[in-house]
Design a protein around this ligand. Structure first.
Ligand SMILES: C[S@@+](CC[C@H](N)C(=O)[O-])C[C@H]1O[C@@H](n2cnc3c(N)ncnc32)[C@H](O)[C@@H]1O
Length: 236
């Protein structure tokens, strides 16, 4: 079966909006959780057109990016041709990571993509499989508590500040949102916070740090828009 991604049809619009010049991801929380990856072999899982892969390479890692969208990978490879960072881009499914060998990476990242991947458990088990003992995994997701399937914001007219509201939190699985950013597919996959934590731990990726940075917009000063984790596998 030919592997496709819902991003294939959106790839040009996505690329025109997300790091079109190829500077790489600029996210201090990501950098902080990754630490110093110099000389380490790192997999960028669901790398899209490679902004996370480029950042890791600029920090000194040897990077393999893998994604289900050939159209986004074509943009990644074009940027790599324009300015080589030594990144290898591979077409593959995060749910099995078949092209990547067992215990072949020191670290892995999955940046803003777990919500787009239908099956969480096989994805996390595959990430654990490709890591060396004592390896690390950094993921960033939309915050499952505040970006649940029914979310929105209210203005508190007394204080003049925003309040985040979130509903349908317990409805895990695919949900279709007409208001999702137009460069993203309408369908994404919601899981509760405990499902994320328990599935990470069950896959052999125990969390050692979490981060919930305060955002720029008023509503993201009230509630966390993003959630980051760093996990580390057992040393032997
Ligand atoms: C929001 S984009 C994030 C891409 C990149 N990490 C970034 O931050 O720009 C989500 C990515 O997940 C990829 N994706 C979705 N399902 C996938 C799967 N089963 N296997 C691999 N990649 C997948 C999409 O093709 C898309 O590139």
């Amino acid at each position: 079966m030919i592997l496709k991604s819902p991003y294939d049809e959106l790839a040009d619009a996505y690329h025109a909006t997300i790091d079109p010049d190829g500077a790489g991801l600029g996210d201090p929380t990501f950098d902080e959780l990754v630490g110093d990856p110099r000389g380490k072999r790192v997999a960028a899982v669901a790398c899209g057109q490679g902004r996370d892969a480029r950042r890791l390479a600029d920090l000194g890692a040897e990077v393999v990016g893998i994604d289900a969208s050939e159209s986004l990978l074509a943009h990644a490879r074009e940027l790599e041709q324009r300015r080589s960072r030594g990144i290898e881009y591979v077409h593959g499914d995060a749910q099995d990571l078949r092209p990547l060998a067992d215990r072949s990476f020191d670290g892995a990242v999955c940046y803003m993509a777990l919500m787009d991947i239908p099956a969480l458990e096989p994805t996390l088990r595959s990430i654990a499989r490709i890591l060396e003992p004592g390896g690390w995994f950094v993921a960033a997701i939309t915050h499952p508590c505040y970006k649940s399937p029914a979310h929105g914001e209210l203005v508190d007219h007394v204080e003049g500040t925003y309040r985040r509201i979130a509903g349908r939190y317990f409805e895990e699985g695919p949900h279709d949102s007409a208001t999702r950013w137009e460069i993203l597919p309408r369908v994404s996959y919601h899981r509760t916070l405990s499902t994320y934590v328990n599935t990470l731990v069950g896959a052999g990726l125990p969390i050692v740090r979490m981060a919930e940075p305060i955002g720029d917009k008023p509503v993201w000063k009230e509630a966390a828009g993003l959630l980051y984790v760093r996990c580390e596998t057992a040393k032997s």
